[in-house]
Design a protein around this ligand. Structure first.
Ligand code: PLP
Length: 426
């Protein structure tokens, strides 16, 4: 603890007192292995939160691939290199045939930044639709389509932030297709409002599972209809797979769950298991047009080490059948939460896909009053008990559970048993 105080003082002076830190008493982690993290005192924590170490913290196969390539060569992509091409071909083969070209970058923010550029360049318009509770990253352009931290409204006249499709607190109490239609109407209105303001329409950018919005159970028709409306208006549909992609959802891509083929897909976080690797995959005509207009070069993006790491991540995913396991283990976590819900009325809604689990906590199931304070207490007490998770959602009352994919049924039991104990003590 004394050590924590010393580090916090140094950190505040160096990074600023508002630089975000998790937990009332921050964690000082020094080592990771699989689904486990170890603090400076050697105490171990079950990691139910981190989605970047996708195939496990310090996965030995990924570390070996990284080390081997880093010991051989690491340069930027303005030289020919087979590993870069092998990985790019393997990656695009995992997508619809139409998404046949890729641009490598280092972060999800950069991927979305370039996707916006491509869409704007292709259409000649500037207007982008996003959800009102989303986060797509931190560049100047992407910040404008990330209203999560603005209180639902983007400061940019080129952005319309429409209500995310919420099934737990649905628009006008609607359900199913009627609810989807009501939300799709917001897309139409946004396009009309761009037109009225003289802003050309460029497209729509969404996370296909609305991860940052709190993982709502989106009516299946919503995304398909929204995509049609966007295309009819001449726009480009961008799926941000930075959180949803790479099998966590039980499918390789979140947009498969949404039942659509986007024009552009952006990806990052889990792709390099912690090594900075991200990409934009898109239709060939979009990429060719972009490349013809812009000399786009990214010093670190998709270098041979990044691509060797990306290949190793896919190898481990395939070898260990991690997508199917994510589905099974995630379903099991949701089932066990459903059992808990019979005893704990705080549990209002259990949602998610694969090993992306959201559990909304409410003080009253009838009024759905958010249990924001209680959720914060649970997150902190779980950490004290050696289990790491966090929270999201409009009211910060949705438990956010997205562990590394090697998470097993035994790990799930440990998570649930601890939640049970913490809920009993509340
Ligand atoms: C959906 C989504 N897109 C993009 C990003 C930005 O990614 P990065 O932090 O790698 O820039 C994030 C980060 O949390 C995200 O959740």
């Amino acid at each position: 603890m004394a050590d924590n105080r010393r580090l916090i003082t140094r950190r505040n002076r160096l990074l600023g007192a508002d630089a975000p830190l998790f937990y009332d008493e921050p964690l000082h982690i020094v080592r990771g292995e699989g689904v486990w993290l170890y603090d400076v005192d050697g105490r171990r924590y079950l990691d139910c939160y981190n989605n970047v170490p996708h195939v496990g913290h310090c996965n030995p196969d990924v570390v070996a691939a990284l080390t081997e390539q880093a010991s051989t060569l690491n340069v930027h992509t303005r030289y020919l290199h087979e590993t870069v091409l092998d990985y790019g071909e393997r990656l695009t083969a995992l997508l619809d045939d139409s998404l046949s070209m890729a641009i490598f970058v280092c972060t999800g923010s950069e991927a979305n930044d370039q996707a916006l550029r491509i869409a704007r360049m292709h259409t000649g318009g500037q207007g982008i639709i996003c959800s009102n509770l989303t986060y797509h990253g931190n560049t100047t352009a992407v910040d404008e389509v990330s209203p999560l931290f603005y209180g639902k409204v983007s400061p940019s006249p080129n952005v319309r932030a429409i209500p995310f499709p919420d099934s737990y607190r649905p628009l006008n109490g609607l359900h199913g297709e009627a609810l989807a239609d009501a939300y799709v109407e917001n897309v139409r209105e946004a396009i009309a409002s761009f037109k009225a303001a003289g802003v050309g329409f460029a497209g729509m950018l969404v996370c296909p599972i609305f991860a940052n919005e709190g993982l709502p159970n989106v009516p299946v028709e919503f995304m398909q209809k929204a995509l049609t409306v966007v295309h009819d208006a001449g726009g480009v549909f961008i799926a941000d797979e930075v959180q949803a992609g790479f099998g966590r959802s039980g499918r390789m891509w979140g947009h498969e769950i949404a039942g659509i083929t986007p024009d552009i897909v952006t990806m990052g976080k889990p792709m390099g298991n912690g090594y900075p690797l991200a990409a934009v995959a898109a239709r060939a005509d979009l990429v060719e047009h972009f490349r013809s207009q812009v000399m786009y070069f990214n010093t670190f993006g998709g270098n041979p080490v990044a691509c060797a790491v990306g290949n190793a991540v896919l190898d481990v995913m395939e070898r260990d059948n991690l997508i199917e396991r994510a589905q099974k283990t995630g379903d099991y976590v949701r089932e066990r939460f459903a059992e808990l819900a019979e005893r704990h009325t705080l549990i209002g809604d259990i949602r998610g896909h694969g090993l992306w689990v959201g559990v909304e906590l409410v003080r009253d199931r009838a009024t759905k009053q958010p249990a924001t304070e209680e959720t914060g207490t649970i997150v902190n007490r779980m950490k004290e008990r050696g289990v790491l998770l966090n929270r999201i959602g409009e009211f910060d009352n949705v438990l956010k559970i997205r562990p590394p994919l090697p998470f097993t049924i035994e790990h799930a039991d440990l998570l649930i048993d601890n939640i049970d104990t913490v809920l009993n003590a509340l």
